[in-house]
Design a protein around this ligand. Structure first.
Ligand SMILES: Cc1ncc(COP(=O)(O)O)c(C=O)c1O
Length: 413
């Protein structure tokens, strides 16, 4: 018996991602990724939904893609209904159910992009979107954000500059409603301006509304897709509103695009798991508003807990805190002399993980003092003690926050 494992590693393809480390479990203080609140996964109601739908339609599992390659019909019907709340009026034929919205991103990239193409993203954006593009050999250009999202004049300048150099960007990727990581919501006038700009320059908009259902009470303007479906491709997810482990997302697009996406989806897999789709449709067609209302209430409380903890433990060392208008993340900036990438290893040693800014930025070198903290998964107590641990580690490594006093205040007695 061979003691050294698979004998042909030398035959592996050249362009593989870095080898993954073996998984060693979740850390004690988990502030990374897009995990959800454990207490608010409606496990009992999902079990009841699964039983009801399996008794009624379980025999359909005998088929590949029982309702065709775009996904289970009741799930697509639910998406059609749900996106009406975002101003979108589409038919089930314009909906593709995907294995997470991440697969939606991959499929759209395959429809639109060739190696060497250029796309415009928000300067701070979803790390997965950046890494997918870099792997495809696509040039990534970051457009500035302010507290209301994309700055349209600056974006316009970027498109003009690219044009002067003979480059036509293939799309503008935006997370306009609860931006990841800044949590901003693009106001209506900017949505119109963005659409006008995109139309003028002949650049499609790729709209990612992963977090749009998780806004605080103020709500959000309609999706950009709703304003002109001929200019926009829209993706969404059930990861954030329900559970990421279900791996369910969707794309809404005009049939010109949809027919290409469906062709690629068929080539990629043999359909997204039907059981998950059945259960989600069964549960959400009765409980969506109620579930999402409850979840956002809890997320908002956790955000407040995290903001309080950061103010207590870091004080003015947090130079800027982007107060999100919904969602699950807080994006902060520490002083320039704090390189958060140097905190990753010592924090991990103490069971604490966070997302370093450079991974969420089109300009990594300029984002070394930023970090993203997800507040959805940890309990309020874990948020408090985790942020205290983060401040202690940061102090040990960088001298900031200058705050042994703060630490004493945080742990009375
Ligand atoms: C903006 C954005 N889009 C897409 C995704 C992919 O999510 P999923 O594949 O779980 O739907 C994420 C995950 O965090 C995200 O933040």
């Amino acid at each position: 018996m061979a003691a050294t494992g698979f004998a042909y590693s030398h035959l592996f393809a050249k362009d593989l991602p870095a080898a993954a480390p073996r998984w060693t479990g979740f850390p004690k203080y988990n502030f990374i990724g897009g995990h959800n609140d454990r207490e608010h996964v409606p496990a009992a109601a999902l079990a009841a939904a699964a039983e009801a739908v399996l008794r009624r339609e379980g025999a359909d599992l005998a088929l590949y893609n029982p309702h065709g390659p775009q996904g289970f019909r009741a799930t697509r019907d639910f998406v059609v209904d749900k996106v009406k709340g975002r101003g979108i009026h589409c038919s089930p034929d314009e909906v593709l159910i995907t294995s997470g919205s991440g697969q939606g991103l991959d499929l759209v990239n395959r429809v639109l992009l060739d190696r060497g193409d250029t796309v415009i993203l928000e300067e701070f954006t979803y790390g997965g979107a950046i890494s997918k593009l870099r792997r495809l050999g696509v040039n990534v250009v970051g457009a500035p954000l302010d507290d209301d999202g994309l700055v349209i004049d600056a974006l316009s300048q970027i498109v003009d500059d690219l044009k002067r150099k003979g480059t036509a960007p293939k799309y503008i990727y935006t997370i306009p409603t609860v931006q990841n990581p800044t949590g901003s919501i693009l106001p209506m006038d900017r949505r119109h301006a963005l659409l006008g700009l995109a139309k003028r320059h002949g650049v499609p908009i790729f709209e990612d509304e992963c977090y749009a259902d998780l806004t605080w009470s103020e709500g959000a303007p309609p999706a950009i897709y709703s304003l002109d479906p001929s200019q926009v491709i829209h993706v969404g997810s059930f990861s954030k509103t329900l559970a990421p482990a279900l791996r369910l997302g969707y794309v809404v697009a005009d049939w010109n695009v949809m027919s290409r996406l469906v062709g690629l989806k068929r080539e990629t897999d043999s359909g997204t798991g039907a059981l998950e789709q059945m259960v989600v449709a069964e549960y959400f067609s009765h409980h969506f508003e109620e579930h999402v209302g409850e979840l956002t209430g809890v997320l908002r409380e956790k955000l407040d807990t995290m903001v309080e903890a950061l103010e207590r433990e870091f004080g003015t060392t947090v130079e800027k805190m982007w107060r999100p208008k919904g969602g699950i993340f807080l994006w902060i900036k520490l002083p320039d002399r704090v390189d958060v990438t140097k905190l990753v290893a010592p924090a991990a040693k103490e069971g604490l993980v966070f997302n370093p800014g450079p991974e969420w930025s089109c300009n990594p070198a300029e984002t070394k003092s930023h970090m993203r903290l997800c507040f959805a998964l940890p309990s309020k107590e874990e948020i408090r003690s985790g942020v205290a641990a983060l401040a202690r580690i940061c102090h040990q490594e960088t001298g900031l926050p200058e705050q042994s006093a703060n630490i004493r205040r945080a742990s009375p007695g």
